[in-house]
Design a protein around this ligand. Structure first.
Ligand code: ADP
Length: 251
């Protein structure tokens, strides 16, 4: 098991966002997370990635406890994530945006930078090459020098993906990778994510509104409803569960 959450609870000013939620993710698995709006999906991602602290519970990554650590430390230990609301650094080029995701593993100390050591230049060159390679993999090779603000919505989603991959994650949390896309575009981006997953041997946890698209992509689904885990298991069985249908249609 590469990622686990045990008994995670979180309230915001008395409102329960998550209530005793546990999840186990096996290495190489694709776990899909679904649930109506406000059911706690993003809060769960925020807790797994260290952006929020849980009130109770524990998160482990590759056997090490990470709950309580700051998000950059957890990222450095191999947990990457993309966000539902796109947020590229608008003043930077596409390439620089991807490189900004790589600082976690760059060996450049401040002293080395001041002294301009040759090894530092070599490391920077390598970081550039790595970032260019990732841009090519997500289909943005021709846009390396463009401003990130010049990209279309779908291209910005790909940039987010390249940036998250540049932290060299073992586990990648994807928050609505197909949001705002039609079914063809959604299938296209998930095909791309699937190919990269296989190539880099990643483990994926994916929040997705488009349940039919996610069903074809995920090995397993977990359903949240009003902060609680409703059910989890094989995708076709999960979406046929009357409780899941009720959660989606009953409000
Ligand atoms: P989902 O991602 O499934 O739509 P969220 O995790 O965003 O759900 O939200 C779960 C619940 O927690 C909602 O009731 C939401 O209003 C509340 N919530 C989430 N983040 C905050 C916050 N920072 N402050 C107050 N309430 C929040």
């Amino acid at each position: 098991m590469i990622l686990s959450g045990t008994g995670i609870s979180k309230s915001f000013m008395g409102v329960k966002a998550l209530c005793d939620v546990s999840l186990m993710v096996e290495e190489g698995e694709i776990l899909g997370i679904i649930g109506p709006n406000g059911s706690g999906k993003t809060t769960l991602f925020n807790i797994l990635s260290g952006l929020e602290r849980c009130d109770a519970g524990e998160v482990t990554l590759a056997g090490k406890r990470v709950s309580g650590l700051p998000s950059h430390r957890i990222a450095g230990m191999g947990l990457g994530r993309t966000f539902q609301n796109l947020r590229p650094f608008s003043g930077l080029s596409v390439l620089e945006n991807v490189m900004a995701g790589g600082h976690l593993r760059a060996p450049t100390g401040i002293l080395g930078q001041i002294l301009g050591l040759p090894s530092i230049h070599a490391a920077e060159r390598q970081a550039r090459l790595d970032a260019l390679q990732l841009l090519a993999e997500v289909g943005l090779g021709a846009y390396a020098r463009s401003r990130s603000t010049e990209l279309s919505y779908g291209q910005t989603k790909r940039l987010e993906l390249a940036r998250a991959l540049n932290t060299r994650p073992r586990v990648l949390l994807l928050d609505e990778p197909t949001a705002g896309m039609n079914d063809v575009q959604a299938a296209e981006i998930l095909d791309l994510v699937g190919a990269i997953k296989r190539k880099l041997n990643l483990t994926l946890v994916v929040i997705e509104h488009n349940v039919p698209v996610l069903m074809r992509f995920a090995d397993r689904l977990m359903v949240l409803d009003a902060g609680c885990k409703l059910t989890e298991g094989e995708p076709r069985r999960v979406v046929a569960d009357p409780r899941v249908i009720e959660a989606y249609l009953g409000r």
